[in-house]
Design a protein around this ligand. Structure first.
Ligand code: FES
Length: 92
């Protein structure tokens, strides 16, 4: 079943390369999708400024760490929900 999620995602600021800015998107997904799936879809369909890392997609490499609503998670292992805010982990 398709549904539309509204997500906010941090992207590098066009005005200052050391800052990030949030952009909001509506994205249609099929069934349950991980945060990684949503980031990929956003990149492919909506905004090429989105930056993310994807390698193992099995929870092994930890390279896809992001903050979702202020909590550190693995994007490939976390289900996406409408209303989430996604930003990179910058202090590792
Ligand atoms: S891509 Fe390796 S843990 Fe998510």
């Amino acid at each position: 079943m398709n549904r539309t999620l509204t997500v906010r995602c941090a992207v590098p600021s066009a005005h200052n390369s050391e800052n990030w800015e949030f952009r909001q998107y509506d994205i249609e997904i099929e069934g349950e999708s991980s945060v990684m799936d949503v980031l990929k879809k956003l990149y492919q369909q909506k905004d090429h400024d989105i930056v993310f890392y994807s390698y193992c997609r099995q929870g092994l490499c930890a390279g896809c760490r992001v903050e979702v609503n202020g909590r550190r998670v693995l994007a490939c292992q976390t289900l996406a929900e409408s209303g989430i805010e996604i930003k990179p982990v910058l202090d590792d």
